[in-house]
Design a protein around this ligand. Sequence first.
Ligand SMILES: [Zn+2]
Length: 251
Amino acid sequence: MHLLIKIMPDWLKEFLRVARDFIYLLLYTGKNKYCPVCGKYSRKFRTYGETGREGSVCVHCNSLERHRLIWLFLKRKTNLFDGKKKLFLHFAPERCFLPRLERLLGAENYLTADLYDKHVKFNMDITNIQFEEGSIDAVYCSHVLEHVQDDRKALSEIHRILKNDGWAIFMVPVNDMEETFEDPAVTDPAERLRLFGQEDHVRCYGKDFIFRLKDAGFRVSEVSAESLCPEEEILKMGLLKDEFIYYCTKS
Ligand SMILES: [Zn+2]
């Protein structure tokens, strides 16, 4: 199947994608669920293919639970939507956010970065960021640090480039254990999958993740869906109660 997709011409892939989206719209039309990212309703959220997690994906914009939580937080609790110019650095940008943030902030202020992805504006190593000290208003870095060997260096770099009144948002998969488990000697993908849950993960974060942020010099607020909205909104927007946003400021 993968080989078939690889050799398929782009026009056919695009046609199949449009056809699939059309079928989804027919199957999922309804008002039960609401996606705050795209602002559209559906009968239910789609199952997430990789994990088989039900009630996960918005059929309109492909947002996952964590994307909807982040968007809600950005809208309700940050200054991102106040219309004032700000430089926003987004690591490993998610497709459901890209066009919306570019429209909101303006192309010159919305800075996308990734180590490998050629579609971003800056190919850079998060542990060696190419921006001046105190030059960036806001940073968003979700599900990146668990792939980075020297995550403490990445955090100190983000702290360095933030303005004094700037803020950064981090999300990582946090496991139900007190202490983070890591072993830099483990480099074999199969072994990483076994130990860390994914072939390209270098650790399993525990509940002590917040201390790495504090060690980097940040003041940290841990935000959950329950602290952000009532139960009926959590259900309506398909949010997870065990995902956390780490909102960090310099002072
Ligand atoms: Zn959506």
